[in-house]
Design a protein around this ligand. Structure first.
Ligand code: G3P
Ligand code: CA
Length: 278
C-alpha cells in the first residue's frame, strides 16, 4: 500500500481505547475515559458486569482482581482472595469502596496512579457527556463488552436475557442510539440482542483458533463487526469479512508497527491499551 493510502486509511480508522486506555490510566475508570477523549479516540471500549443489586458496573473481571485492586481498608487483595470476591455477590455501594486505581498494575509501567473506583455505566456516560460538552469535543462511540460466560450464569452474572436487558436499559436511558456497539465473546447475549434489539450494532469477539466460518456458524448470523485477536488477522480474513459485510476491529494492538501493519491489511478499527499511539 502506498504511504498516502496508509495515511488515508489511518484517518478513517475507528480508534478505540481498550478499557479506556489502560496502558496510560487505571482500566475501565472515568479518568481513563476522559484521558482517552483528550487523546482524540473515536470509541471508548469498556467491559460491564452486574452487581447483586442489579446495577451495571464497568469492570473487566467478575471478581476483584489482585493485579490492581485494593480493599476498602487500603490493603492488597491476594490472588487466593481475589476470585472469592465476586461482584455479582456484592451490592454496588460495597463495590464502590474498593480502590481501582492506586495500585501499580504490573503490566503497565506508564500507567498513571490515582484513587478511583469501579463506576456505574450510567455514571460513566454522564461524566463523558459533561466532559465533551465542557471541552467542545465530539461525543464518542461506545463499544461495550458484556462479560458473561456459560459457566458463570447465576454465580458471576445473570443469564444472558437479563444481562442484556439491564445493559440496554442503561444505554437506552442515556440515549446512546447509533453510538452504541455491544460486543461479547459469549454468543448468547449477541443472539438475544440480534433477536430483541435488531437495531443495535453487534461485534463478535473471538480468541479461538476456529475458522471465520466455524465462528459464524456458532453465532448463527453475520454481525456488523468481527473482532478477532489481532495476531489471527490476515489480508485474506479481512477480505472475506468485508465480502460478508462485516467490519474488522482487532484487539488488543499495542505497538505503532502493528497498528500500521493491520491498517495496511485493511482493518476498520483498532483497539489499543495505548491511545497515544494513534
Ligand atoms: O474488545 C476486545 C477486548 O477488550 C477483548 O479482551 O479480555 O480485554 O476484554 P478483554
Ligand atoms: Ca473488553
Amino acid at each position: 500500500m502506498l504511504y498516502s493510502n496508509v495515511v488515508l486509511a489511518q484517518a478513517t480508522l475507528d480508534k478505540q481505547a481498550h478499557r479506556g486506555g489502560r496502558g496510560l490510566m487505571p482500566e475501565n475508570t472515568i479518568p481513563a475515559m476522559l484521558k482517552a477523549l483528550d487523546l482524540g479516540v473515536q470509541t471508548l471500549e469498556l467491559d460491564v458486569v452486574i452487581s447483586k443489586d442489579k446495577k451495571v458496573v464497568v469492570s473487566h473481571d467478575t471478581y476483584m482482581s489482585s493485579d490492581f485492586m485494593r480493599k476498602p481498608d487500603g490493603t492488597d487483595i491476594t490472588s487466593a482472595e481475589a476470585k472469592q470476591i465476586i461482584l455479582y455477590q456484592l451490592n454496588y455501594d460495597e463495590i464502590k469502596k474498593f480502590d481501582a486505581g492506586s495500585k501499580p498494575h504490573p503490566q503497565f509501567a506508564k500507567q498513571q496512579k490515582l484513587k478511583t473506583y469501579k463506576p456505574l455505566l450510567a455514571e460513566l456516560i454522564d461524566s463523558v457527556d459533561a466532559y465533551v460538552k465542557s471541552k467542545g469535543l465530539k461525543a464518542p462511540l461506545y463499544n461495550i463488552e458484556i462479560k458473561s460466560a456459560p459457566n458463570g450464569d447465576d454465580k458471576e452474572h445473570p443469564a444472558p436475557a437479563e444481562f442484556v436487558k439491564l445493559v440496554m436499559d442503561v444505554c437506552k436511558a442515556k440515549n446512546l442510539g447509533s453510538r452504541l456497539t455491544i460486543q461479547s465473546f459469549d454468543v448468547r447475549p449477541l443472539q438475544v440482542l440480534h433477536k430483541d434489539f435488531p437495531d443495535v450494532t453487534l461485534s463478535y469477539l473471538t480468541a479461538n483458533p476456529k475458522s471465520l466460518e466455524d465462528n459464524l456458524a456458532l453465532l448463527g448470523f453475520v454481525p456488523k463487526v468481527y473482532s478477532p485477536y489481532y495476531k489471527t488477522v490476515t489480508s485474506q480474513s479481512v477480505k472475506t469479512c468485508h465480502e460478508k459485510g462485516m467490519q474488522v476491529v482487532p484487539w488488543t494492538v499495542n505497538t505503532k508497527e502493528e497498528i500500521n501493519q493491520l491498517t495496511q491489511l485493511g482493518v476498520d478499527g483498532i483497539i489499543t491499551d495505548y491511545p497515544d499511539l494513534f
